[in-house]
Write a protein that binds this ligand. Structure first.
Ligand SMILES: *Cc1c(COP(=O)(O)O)cnc(C)c1O
Length: 411
């Protein structure tokens, strides 16, 4: 089926665009640090179709909970990066046994390592890799840029307080090699400077404690597919420039854990106008989609969107009836129309259209670049999960049915 035949509300994954982003990332790594692993951040969007797709691209599963770990395994992933402050003990042991990359983020994981050593058959050679997530004052190096700000990040072992040093020593005592440093942080700006400083810090820590890590995991948090914003080559080039002060591509692997930079650009959400009304204060336009579908955290101040007037769609379907398109051309311009979502919340308002042609029932509004932190964060509120289609060369296929009371009830 083609785009105009899709049943809204729905998400559409554009496969070609997804591939373009991934190709650019791989190319950047090949050019600037040709010894790398890419771990796809499951939490950013773990739609089963995408979990499968990312595996085909050779990505590792980057997971941050026992549930995500099990999801990755159920899809046949054998290459897993296990992160996060709340790993499950059972999956932690399993990760050791399958030779995963595990970035420790809590003291109890050091205790689990000791326990595991006491119980495991150490004659078998198992090639797991243990890294330590580093907590340090990045806010000082890049003021006003980190998400945690002056309160400091809550993740990892603190460099400044000595907890990182203690963890390094504990690993030594256990006779377990420290394979890597994990430096993921989330920032408000996603600037290249953030990654320069992460790389700088990796060199400093290596030097200070005389480490020989096999990998530097620089985490996720990049922009991708946005005009006037840094692109993958900008980030990887900067990381290279800084890392070279302490490491060489020949003996140190660079791990990147992109989520949003890869999956946000190629996914759009399409909704249809179902009602138009005039109140004493405003013209209200209601969609069959919601703000929770494109901005579940209510954190965006603007959206990438396109309006498709009914007649334009009809025209694309058949060139016959020119009166329809004339109808759209002749529509009145309205000073203000408030576009709202389907939920029964007053704040389910998306934006005000100003001085635009009036919207009518059947028109569509599509929102672009909404693949990250949407589907996986949209609550089962009022309406259950919407359909998801995949588009390739204009042809669309359903990859997730809309949820009904059956899925909701676990049937
Ligand atoms: C969330 C997360 C990522 C991905 O972040 P994006 O902003 O989606 O790129 C990567 N690594 C870790 C450890 C994370 O928690």
């Amino acid at each position: 089926m083609n785009r105009n035949q899709l049943q809204t509300p729905c998400y559409v994954i554009h496969q070609e665009e997804l591939k373009q982003g991934i190709d650019l990332l791989k190319e950047s790594l090949q050019n600037y640090w040709n010894n790398y692993i890419i771990g796809y951040s499951f939490k950013t969007n773990s739609l089963p179709f995408l979990v499968e797709e990312m595996k085909k691209y050779g990505f590792y599963a980057e997971v941050v909970s026992e549930d995500e770990y099990r999801l990755a395994k159920s899809f046949g992933y054998t290459n897993i990066i296990y992160n996060g402050p709340v790993k499950g003990k059972e999956s932690f042991f399993d990760a050791l046994s399958i030779g995963a990359i595990i970035n420790l983020d809590a003291k109890r994981e050091l205790r689990w390592l000791r326990e595991w050593q006491e119980s495991a058959d150490l004659t078998k050679e198992i090639k797991f890799k243990i890294g330590l997530r580093v907590n340090f004052n990045l806010e000082e190096m890049t003021p006003k840029e980190t998400s945690a700000g002056e309160e400091g990040s809550r993740f990892g072992f603190s460099y400044e307080t000595g907890e990182l040093k203690d963890a390094i020593e504990e690993l030594e005592k256990l006779g377990i090699k420290l394979s890597g440093l994990h430096l993921h942080v989330s920032s408000k700006t996603r600037s290249v400077a953030i990654y320069r400083n992460l790389a700088k810090k990796a060199c400093e820590i290596k030097e200070k404690y005389g480490l020989r890590p096999e990998y530097i995991d620089i985490g996720g948090g990049y922009f991708g597919g946005m005009k006037n914003r840094p692109q993958f080559p900008d980030y990887v080039k900067a990381i290279r420039e800084e890392l070279l002060a302490g490491f060489l591509p020949e003996n140190t692997m660079l791990i990147m854990e992109p989520g949003t930079s890869i999956i946000t650009p190629p996914i759009e959400f399409i909704s249809t106008v179902v009602d138009v009304r005039d109140t004493y204060a405003n013209r209200i336009v209601t969609l069959d989609g919601s703000r929770i579908d494109v901005d579940p955290l209510h954190s965006k101040s603007s959206y990438f969107y396109q309006i498709e007037y009914t007649s334009q769609q009809e025209e694309k379907d058949s060139q016959k009836d020119k009166n329809f398109s004339q109808e759209a051309m002749d529509r009145k311009v309205r000073e203000k129309q408030i576009v709202c979502g389907l939920t029964c919340m007053e704040n389910d308002r998306l934006f005000a259209l100003e001085n635009q042609k009036e919207l009518k029932e059947g028109d569509r509004i599509s929102f672009q670049k909404v693949g990250g932190y949407t589907m996986c964060l949209t609550p089962l509120f009022i309406r259950y999960f919407p359909r998801v289609y995949v588009e390739n060369k204009g042809e669309c296929q359903l990859v997730r049915r809309a949820w009904s009371e059956n899925e909701y009830c676990g049937g």
